[in-house]
Design a protein around this ligand. Structure first.
Ligand code: ARG
Length: 403
């Protein structure tokens, strides 16, 4: 085994990463620095401090990354209207490169030669962490205990905890819990009964959205302001990116907006079934498309839509810091220069529907499109020639086919 001098561990304070912390200290006999990011997962972070102290960690980092997460990762992704496989808003995928960036920054600061994470060998997250490290600092080694140690079952994990006096909360003693990943953009739930895609997800797994059936009978009307492609206000009130997403999560959650039950294709090769709750993100996607509909040129909008699946797949597969993602981002960002204005939506029993949109930079011309008489000169005869020329090859083709 290669000698490691110092490790920075991505540490949630939960049972799994507490065991990983102990295992790293034992296996490598070196100093471990813990890094815990507040991404708006809604968990208390003080326990992480206390547990790391108890494990003898001297350098404990707990950092609030909510604003950076939303402004530098979530919003750039939303500018693209990114959806993986047509439906997934990439809530876990987009958080990993941010965590990796901070792990690398801390490793450089404290002179660590390795970083460690608690992602398993079957998932996408290991790719997202490690491809980011490859792109940001190839000199840093990555330790992925789940791929290296001899713990292969929940039982063995609990035995290891017991043996090393790592406290196991009573709700973690029985069978394996759901695998949950939460941040300001979403909550993702996988595992247990969800592993059978033929089985309906139990109600109790939903954490931040009500069942649309139980949502208020009265719709709620909200207005979102955009500037250059990014949301900046809700109901006329200017907000920071993280505050805005938090606000929309509350509004959407109350109306049951943003639930998704999905079977997706993991990069590593298998299909997996998960439940996602993305209330604020679902509202923002609809609103952003609403403001783009009046401010983007047709060809610009269609080009964006063509590259979107590719861009989303790059984020899903862990290539956030790759050159092709940055190239696509430059294209997307340039398209947003005039994507400003206001969108009004109706939240009602699970849906977020755009009901009006307005912009000082609108390309929409009522004068041009109107069924009534209009001031703008539009020569209807031009349409006739336009159709004749577009039909030219179709007439040749039809004649050849003997129609
Ligand atoms: N399948 C999702 C993705 O790859 C979520 C992964 C993390 N979620 C979890 N519940 N462990 O983006």
């Amino acid at each position: 085994m290669t000698k490691i001098e110092k490790i920075v561990l991505s540490y949630s304070g939960g049972l799994d990463t507490s065991i990983i912390l102990k295992w790293l200290q034992e296996t490598y006999g070196c100093e471990v620095v813990t890094f815990t990011a507040d991404l708006g997962q809604g968990e208390e972070l003080e326990p992480a401090q206390a547990k790391a102290e108890m494990a003898g960690v001297k350098d404990i980092r707990i950092v609030d990354l909510r604003e950076e997460f939303v402004s530098d990762f979530v919003f750039p992704m939303l500018r693209a209207n990114a959806l993986y496989e047509g439906q997934y808003l990439l809530g876990s995928s987009i958080a990993r490169p941010l965590i990796a960036k901070h792990l690398v920054d801390i490793a450089r600061e404290v002179g660590a030669d390795a970083i460690a994470h608690g992602a398993t060998g079957k998932g996408n997250d290991q790719l997202r962490f490690e491809l980011a490290v490859n792109a940001l600092d190839p000199s840093i080694k990555v330790i992925a205990p789940w791929r290296q140690w001899n713990i292969h079952s929940r039982m063995q994990l609990l035995e290891y905890a017991e043996k090393h006096r790592i406290p196991v909360p009573s709700d973690k003693r029985g069978e394996a819990p759901f695998s949950i990943d939460a941040n300001l953009l979403h909550t993702s739930t996988e595992g247990k009964s969800l592993e059978n895609p033929a089985e309906v997800a139990p109600d109790h797994i939903y954490q931040r959205t009500v069942d649309p059936v139980d949502a208020p009978d009265a719709p709620e009307i909200i207005t979102i302001g955009f500037e250059r492609g990014d949301p900046v206000s809700v109901n006329g009130k200017a907000m920071t990116p993280a505050a805005l997403l938090t606000e929309l999560n509350g509004l959407g959650g109350r109306h049951g907006v943003g639930r998704l039950d999905l079977v997706e294709n993991r990069f590593i090769g298998m299909k997996s079934r998960g439940i996602y709750e993305t209330p604020g993100g679902t509202i923002l996607l609809a609103a952003h498309r609403g403001i783009e509909s009046i401010t983007l040129d047709r060809a610009a909008a269609h080009l964006k839509d063509e590259i979107m699946p590719r861009y989303a797949e790059l984020i899903y597969n862990g290539f956030w810091f790759a050159p092709e993602r940055e190239m696509l981002q430059a294209l997307i960002d340039q398209s947003q220069a005039f994507v400003s204005g206001e969108v009004t939506l109706r939240l009602y029993k699970g849906s977020a529907s755009v009901i009006s949109r307005a912009s000082p930079c609108s390309l929409y011309s009522a004068d041009l499109v109107t069924f009534e008489e209009s001031a703008i000169a539009f020569d209807h005869h031009n349409a006739e020639g336009f159709i004749r020329l577009n039909g030219l090859r179709l007439r040749s083709w039809a004649a050849r086919n003997g129609r």
